[in-house]
Design a protein around this ligand. Structure first.
Ligand SMILES: [Cu+2]
Length: 162
């Protein structure tokens, strides 16, 4: 009797833990809510990697290295507004990668994609970008990388084609 009660309590605890885990998972999926959720202890800070300035990720493989973390990004081919294009990111030892596309100083809405693990150290996905009504073509890809040793942020500029 005593034993079964303990078992029930264990199952309940496990369920509670699972729910908390699911919540934290959601918070990580939508990092905006991370600071509000308060689960998983204090938020780990984002460590920015050196900014990429002399490379266009829609035309070449661009890379940045910092704190021993090496990140390579390639967008496309076929990076145009309103057309899906492939995204390939290489970074070792990551357990999650989110990419946000933004236009500097202009609200282009939410363009956030969670990449899938394609191979060890290789993440892939497809993205689609809205048309900029002002005619601008300059975007940045903000890559958020979750690793056991920290969270890293890499920013890659690129241009959409006509
Ligand atoms: Cu714009």
């Amino acid at each position: 009797m005593k034993r079964s009660r303990r078992l029930v309590r264990m199952v309940t605890l496990d369920l509670a833990r699972f729910r908390l885990g699911a919540l934290c998972g959601l918070a990580c999926l939508f990092p905006v809510f991370g600071p509000l959720s308060g689960c998983g202890g204090p938020e780990r800070p984002w460590r920015p990697l050196p900014e990429v300035t002399d490379c266009d990720a829609a035309r070449a493989v661009c890379e940045t290295v910092g704190s021993g973390v090496h990140v390579r990004l390639r967008l496309g081919p076929g990076v145009r507004a309103m057309h899906p294009f492939p995204v390939v990111l290489e970074v070792p030892k990551a357990h999650g990668v989110v990419i946000r596309f933004e236009m500097p100083g202009m609200d282009m809405g939410k363009n956030v994609y969670r990449l899938d693990r394609a191979a060890p150290g290789r993440w892939a996905g497809k993205a689609i970008l809205p048309i900029c009504l002002s005619g601008r073509t300059d975007w940045v890809a903000r890559v958020e990388i979750e690793r056991a040793d920290g969270r890293y942020l890499a920013v890659f500029p690129f241009h959409v084609g006509p």
